[in-house]
Ligand binder design. Sequence first.
Ligand code: CTP
Ligand code: MG
Length: 244
Amino acid sequence: MPRHTWTSCWRSASAPRRLPDQPAASAVIAAAGSGERLGAGGPKAFVQLGGRALLHWSLDAFAEAKSVGAVVVAVPGGAENRVPDGAAAVAGGASRSESVAAGLARVESELVAVHDAARPLVTPELIDDLVEKLIDRPDAAAVIAAAPITDTIKRAGEAHEVTETMNRDELWAVQTPQVFRSAALREALDTDPERIAAATDDAMLVEEAGGKVLIHPSSPENLKVTTRLDLRIAELLLAAREAG
Ligand code: CTP
Ligand code: MG
């Protein structure tokens, strides 16, 4: 995609939506991590952000998305009762993909939107855009949110010696939500435990299984809260959004 279209392409098109009357997708929210890098002394999903648990921001966005019906949240074992009514709770696994698999076991719909609770700035528009695009593309197994890279990326080998400067036009910083055909994701997750544990996103497993994965350009504002600094930035962005 040419660079000049980027700033407009992650805003929802003004064209009317062509979503089915009934919600086409379910959602699985991965919220079972321990949040070690945040260092808040408890699971990241329940850390306070703008006066409420980090998880609640994502739950609100999915509740508002027209394309999504049932929502399943994978939380640390024992924290199931901390998931609000309106969403189902399951105990997550040792790795992110295992948590997603635990949630997926409860999904009955043909499409599933997988999202990290660590991305509280997700919007209902982005979720609906992703589902709509997958419905429009029967040849694809998944549509994933991703932001254009703005840094120059280099590859370096031994002693930090640069071996290559990557072509930035072809690189994307991948986010969630990632919307899948549920059968394709189930099949991709049915692989050996080491591969599952090593997967940094679910689309990677679908790609490895030969499925076509499409990128949907989205805003870098849909950031992932990993550190204290991210939490602070998310708080400022959400406050600005709430202020209109
Ligand atoms: N996650 C999960 N199950 C796991 C590990 C991670 O559901 N076993 C979820 C997290 O809750 C988070 C998302 O996957 O929403 C992305 O993971 P990450 O940002 O790494 O969160 P944590 O694993 O909680 O953080 P850390 O790696 O710093 O411990
Ligand atoms: Mg982690």
